[in-house]
Design a binder for this molecule. Structure first.
Ligand code: MOS
Length: 734
């Protein structure tokens, strides 16, 4: 087949759903108007661990409008079939929280009852009137004071010997605060039963994961549950599993026999859904006098809940980012009386990256080497964890382009050597890496006789612009304009797709869309070359391209016809195909990662310890960029997020009762406009043909990695103070 002209892919287009969003017509989970819906408000446990001894619901039930109060005392028993991590679920190993099934309280904020009322106000007031008494026990919520599980281990070579014999040694300990997702849209669910079948409108990054979790909890066939989620008002991973409140909404609807709407309050987001866990991380590094790494030993502890064991990809960067003959890693989860964590943008890798990239900066300083030169000296020839070649790895180019564009030569290697009035100025950089994940996906493509197409997948669009980028892929593959392709997502009735996370949607879903559209285009071309009445009759199918909905000879555009003419003459109402993508099974031949070099300049108030980021630059080796405008929005958003992780975000727990003290946007600090300077993103041209048919390597996560350490390293360069904790606060700098 002749390659299709690429008109939409690579073009700087605005979001196809932008108008819907800015005019308020895009409906988010709680905004769907479901006839007869009543409102549910959850009552949260006010102890950190223990048992419920009594629940007094009389005052709540006496309120006008209150229909029911459901708790473990009167809730129907649910089967809660096993649904631990599989290709249909993101539940970590363990026994998930079963709502209202017994009297135990496992963490502060756990749902202990739900009030259903005809108005939101009545439900809220009713919830405030439910009196719950407890037999409270002291919770264990301190990572450094609790007993850890057995570790996961990795080793190659002999790290202890490597460290012993190293000319230069460092032994460093880092602490990273818990971070919470704070997307604009709160988690929300509307549930409606029709007989034994359930329809749910939900904020989710994976309609199929939510569908299977509801089906498992209620013991229903998967197909009896439909999950709809056409728009997601931001997401960083908190939508990647079906949380207890989703089950509560469905349960409340079943008990009241009314559709039920349940919106988590801003406060409830902090314990109703997961979070990026806090870490304690010891890293020992040994190198020779030229900075060539001999050994690294990683020992990390991460919080998880008492009932589920959540782990994430913290180990890979330490195994493959730099050439290191001797590596040992121990990763221990520490069960605490908290709710279960979940992935948050750049999961695992962002955490490891802060530690490794801070340590590399320390090593460079110790050896009086430029931090980029140190990294160049440790660039591996292959992935040392697997012995496989990298499909593409252009980290060196990220360094050189970044150094040039950022003006790295202006950095004074001596810390605390540049001052402007009260401000100490410094520059720092870090490398970043993120796994190029791909999973099986499908897409349904239909080309109608009017020359327009409909493409359907169960994917989500939490904000990266999936509607737009997938439309770009489909438009080019079908030879249509953007306006004549209707891309639909967010419905479990659509063909299956993987979780909308881990930066795998473009590679996985995009490749399925590409395949389906290619099939339909080929069907049309075949129809034309076999149709005696077509101007393309008898020509070689390989010589035909489609542009603007018109099939024509590649080298003679005057000879051809429109889809409409072809289909109507052949009495075809439409052509359709099921597109699919699956990454190669079995052992992969290559090691697939996306990379970046991130640069930051900061100013630190010499007296007050206040840190201001002055500018940042990210240079990305992420394969082909489908949608440059939306890629910029990803990169800039991630740098903003990284400023939050580096300087502001910190969940504070009162260890006496396990309560999150700052469960609101006034006290849990996130960057605001005044915190965000000039941010710039550069993408290396190119594609990764081994990764997937589109040549993309994933972008949404890698743009976040390296941001926090680049800022930390700039703070060191500005002040001479090495802060091995996140966030880097003014208090730490004083
Ligand atoms: Mo993200 S942690 O891939 O939603």
């Amino acid at each position: 087949m002749s390659p299709q002209p690429q008109a939409a892919v690579g073009a700087p287009l605005s979001r196809v759903d932008g108008r819907l969003k800015v005019t308020g017509k895009a409906k988010y989970a709680a905004e769907h108007n479901v006839d007869g819906a009543v409102h549910a408000v959850i009552v949260d446990a006010t102890i950190g661990r223990g048992r419920i001894t009594s629940i007094d619901t009389r005052a709540a039930l006496a309120q006008p409008g209150v229909l029911r109060v459901i708790s473990h005392r009167n809730a129907p028993k649910l089967p809660y079939r096993d649904n631990a991590m599989s290709n249909k679920s993101n539940n970590p190993p363990g026994r998930r929280l079963r709502v209202f099934q017994d009297d135990r309280v496992l963490f502060h904020g756990q749902p202990v009852a739900v009030v259903i009322a005809t108005t939101l106000e009545a439900a809220q007031h009713g919830a405030s009137l439910v009196k719950v008494h407890y037999d409270a026990a002291p919770p264990s919520t301190e990572l450094t004071k609790a007993k850890a599980d057995k570790p996961t281990k990795y080793a190659r070579g002999d790290a202890e010997a490597g460290l012993r014999n190293a000319a230069v040694r460092m032994d460093l300990t880092y602490s990273m605060a818990r971070n919470h997702h704070n997307a604009m849209e709160p988690h929300a669910t509307i549930a409606r039963w029709t007989g034994d079948k359930l329809t749910v409108w939900d904020k989710t990054q994976w309609v199929l994961g939510t569908q299977t979790e509801i089906a498992a909890a209620f013991g229903l066939p998967q197909d009896d549950v439909r999950v709809i989620s056409p728009f997601v008002g931001g997401g960083f991973g908190s939508g990647l599993r079906g949380w207890p409140h989703v089950i509560i909404a469905a349960l409340a609807a079943r008990v009241t026999k009314r559709p039920v709407k349940l919106v988590l309050s801003r406060k409830q987001q902090y314990f109703g859904t997961g979070f990026r866990p806090a870490y304690e991380y010891r890293l020992r590094v040994g190198s020779d006098r030229h900075g060539r790494l001999a050994a690294m030993a990683h020992e990390l502890d991460a919080e998880t809940s008492s009932y589920e064991t959540f782990t994430e990809g913290v180990l890979p960067p330490g195994q493959m980012l730099y050439s290191t003959p001797n590596v040992q890693q121990t990763y221990r989860t520490v069960p605490l009386d908290v709710n279960t964590p979940i992935w948050m943008r750049g999961p695992g890798f962002a955490t490891a990256s802060f530690v490794i990239e801070s340590a590399m900066d320390e090593l460079a300083h110790k050896l009086d080497l430029d931090p980029i030169e140190l990294r160049r000296r440790n660039e591996p020839d292959e992935d040392q964890s697997s012995g496989r070649p990298f499909s593409t790895r252009r980290l060196r180019e990220c360094y050189s382009v970044g150094a040039r564009e950022f003006g790295w030569h202006r950095r004074n290697a001596k810390p605390r050597s540049r001052r402007e009035g009260d401000w100490l100025i410094g520059m720092g950089m870090a490398a970043g890496v993120y796994d190029t994940a791909r999973m099986p996906a499908q897409a349904r493509v239909r080309l109608d006789a009017d020359g327009t197409a409909v493409v359907e997948t169960a994917s989500s669009d939490m904000g990266p612009g999936t509607y737009t980028s997938q439309t770009q892929v489909a438009a080019d593959a079908l030879g249509l304009t953007m306006r004549t392709v209707d891309f639909r997502l967010g419905d479990s009735l659509f063909p299956p797709t993987p979780p909308h996370g881990g930066s795998m949607t473009m590679a996985s879903v995009g490749s399925a869309v590409l395949d389906g559209c290619n099939q339909v285009r080929r069907q049309a071309i075949k129809l034309a070359v076999e149709d005696k009445e077509s101007p393309l009759y008898g020509v070689d199918a390989n010589d035909i391209v489609v542009r603007g909905g018109r099939l024509h000879l590649k080298n003679n555009p005057t000879r051809g016809e429109k889809y409409q003419q072809l289909l109507s003459r052949n009495n075809r109402t439409h052509l359709e195909a099921q597109g699919s993508f699956a990454p190669p099974s079995g052992t992969q031949r290559y090691s697939f990662y996306a990379y970046n070099a991130t640069f930051a300049e900061v100013a630190v108030d010499a007296t007050l310890g206040l840190v201001r980021v002055r500018r940042m630059l990210g240079v990305y080796d992420a394969g082909r960029i489908i949608s440059p405008t939306l890629a910029d929005s990803q990169a800039i958003g991630a740098m903003v997020g990284g400023i939050g992780t580096a300087l502001l975000e910190h969940t504070v727990t009162d260890h006496r009762d396990g309560r999150i003290v700052n469960a609101n946007l006034a006290d849990y600090l996130v960057p605001v406009n005044a915190d965000v300077p000039d941010l710039k993103a550069i993408y290396l041209d190119g594609e990764d043909r081994e990764a997937d048919p589109l040549g993309v390597k994933g972008l949404g996560e890698v743009v976040m990695i390296g941001v926090a350490p680049a800022i930390a390293n700039a703070v060191f360069n500005a002040t001479g103070r090495r802060i091995r904790q996140l966030p880097i606060t003014a208090e730490a700098l004083l």
